[in-house]
Design a protein around this ligand. Structure first.
Ligand SMILES: Nc1ncnc2c1ncn2[C@@H]1O[C@H](COP(=O)(O)OP(=O)(O)OP(=O)(O)O)[C@@H](O)[C@H]1O
Ligand code: SF4
Ligand SMILES: [Mg+2]
Length: 357
C-alpha cells in the first residue's frame, strides 16, 4: 500500500509549489487519422481530428488538478494519453522526470501500476458476472501485491474506500451495489495497484447528485492520506472549485487557462472560461456580482458552438465565438501569458499580452 504519512511529513507540510511532480506532460498532441474512402483515399489526402494539441500539465503529489471543458474538448483523450491507452502524435510524458516511451512490456506495466485510471461509468468498468472479491483479487495479483494474507489486503482496500464492514461487500456482484458503491469498488481496484497518480475521468457524472459529494470527499481523503496526485476531469467547473487545488481549462483540444482553482473560478481571465462559468447551472455560486480587474470581459451566454477539430480555426481556436476578438486573434496562436493577479495564473489569450508587466 502507499504509505500514509503524518501531518509532520516534510512533503505534506511543505509549500505547495515545492510538492514533488509525479506526472507531467509537455506538448502532448493527439491527432486521430480519418479513414478516407473513394476518391479521397485514391488521391492519398490525409485528414485527422486534432483532438489534443500542445497540452502541457503537471500533476503533483498530494494535489488535485481539475481539467475542465465542454464535451469534445479533448479531456478524455488527455487522460487516455497519460494512461498510455493511446499512442501520442507528439509531445512528452514524464513520470518523476523520466520520459515514458513504451506502451508494452515490463517497463510499461510498471508505469501502468503507478498511473491508474478511473472511468465515468463504474457499471461498465466492472464485469457483471464477477464479485467485488474477484475484481480486487485480480487487481492485487496482476500488480504482484496479493501477499501472504490476501483476505487482509482485500479488507484493507474496501476500508480505504469507506466500504465497511468489508465482509458485507466482498461477495456482492456489481448489480447488488449502488452506483456510488460501484464507483468506490472501481477506486479500490485502482488502489490495488498502489498507484501514485489517479486519472479520474468524470468519476461522479453518472452518479446521483446526492452521492456525488461522498465520492469526491473520498478522493480528497485519498489525496490527503495517500498523497496521490489526482487528475479530475469534469464538465462542472463548480465542482472543480470545491474539489481541486488547481484548475486547467481546455477548449477545442488546447489548454486556455490555468491557475489555482479559487482564482480561475472567481477571477476567470480567458473569455472562454467566463462563458463556461456563465453557462453553468448556477453561476451565482461561482462568480462575484461584478467581475474585477481591467481585462475581465462579459461573454454573452449564447456563445455559439465548439469548432470542428478536423479543420480548427486558425490563430486562437476560440476566435469565432469570442466577443472581444482582436484582428491578430484570427491569425496568431496566443501563447500562455501571466495574468498577473495571482501567482501561476495564466491565460492563452492576446488580451494578456503584457498584462503581468
Ligand atoms: N478513438 C477516437 N477516434 C477518433 N476520434 C476520437 C477518438 N476519441 C476521441 N475522438 C475525438 O476527439 C475529440 C475529443 O474527444 P474527447 O473524448 O477527448 O473529448 P471530451 O472532452 O472527453 O468530451 P466529453 O466531455 O464528451 O467526454 C472529439 O472530437 C472526439 O470525437
Ligand atoms: S486570443 Fe483573442 S479570440 Fe482568443 S480568447 Fe483572447 S481575445 Fe478572444
Ligand atoms: Mg470525456
Amino acid at each position: 500500500m502507499t504509505t500514509e504519512q503524518s501531518p509532520s511529513d516534510p512533503v505534506a507540510a511543505g509549500p505547495e509549489g515545492d510538492l514533488p511532480v509525479v506526472l507531467e506532460a509537455e506538448g502532448l498532441t493527439k491527432h486521430f487519422p480519418i479513414r478516407r474512402r473513394g476518391r479521397a483515399a485514391l488521391t492519398g489526402s490525409r485528414r485527422s481530428i486534432q483532438a489534443v494539441d500542445d497540452v502541457t500539465l503537471v500533476l503533483r503529489r498530494g494535489r488535485v488538478t481539475a481539467l475542465v471543458g465542454e464535451s469534445g474538448s479533448g479531456k478524455s483523450t488527455v487522460a487516455r494519453l497519460l494512461a498510455g491507452l493511446y499512442p501520442r502524435t507528439g509531445g512528452d510524458i514524464r513520470l518523476h522526470g523520466e520520459s515514458v516511451n513504451v506502451r508494452r512490456g515490463k517497463a510499461f506495466r510498471a508505469y501502468a501500476r503507478r498511473v491508474q485510471m478511473i472511468f465515468q461509468d463504474p457499471f461498465a468498468s466492472l464485469n457483471p458476472v464477477h464479485t467485488v472479491r474477484y475484481h480486487l483479487t485480480r487487481a492485487l495479483k496482476i500488480h504482484g501485491r496479493a501477499g501472504d494474507d490476501l483476505e487482509k489486503s482485500l479488507r484493507e482496500l474496501l476500508t480505504r474506500v469507506q466500504m465497511t464492514p468489508p465482509e458485507r461487500y466482498l461477495d456482492k456482484f456489481p448489480h447488488e451495489l449502488s452506483g456510488g458503491q460501484r464507483q468506490r469498488v472501481a477506486i479500490a481496484r485502482a488502489l490495488g495497484a498502489d498507484p501514485e497518480a489517479l486519472l479520474a475521468d468524470e468519476p461522479v457524472s453518472m452518479l446521483d447528485v446526492s452521492i456525488r459529494l461522498g465520492v469526491l470527499n473520498l478522493l480528497r481523503d485519498l489525496k490527503e492520506r495517500l498523497h496521490l496526485a489526482i487528475l479530475y476531469i469534469t464538465h462542472d467547473i463548480a465542482s472543480a472549485r470545491y474539489f481541486a487545488d488547481e484548475t486547467m481549462v481546455m477548449y477545442a483540444g488546447r489548454m486556455v487557462e490555468g491557475g489555482d482553482s479559487e482564482t480561475v473560478t472567481q477571477r476567470p481571465a480567458h473569455p472562454y472560461t467566463r462563458l463556461l462559468i456563465e453557462s453553468a447551472p448556477d453561476p451565482a455560486r461561482l462568480l462575484p456580482a461584478e467581475p474585477e480587474g481591467p481585462f475581465h470581459v462579459k461573454v454573452p451566454s449564447s456563445g455559439g458552438e465548439p469548432p470542428s477539430l478536423i479543420d480548427p480555426p486558425s490563430g486562437c481556436r476560440f476566435h469565432p465565438r469570442c466577443p472581444v476578438a482582436l484582428a491578430r486573434c484570427k491569425t496568431d496562436l496566443p501563447p500562455r501569458f501571466d495574468v498577473g493577479d495571482a501567482p501561476g495564473h495564466w491565460a492563452a489569450c492576446w488580451l494578456y499580452d503584457g498584462a503581468a508587466g
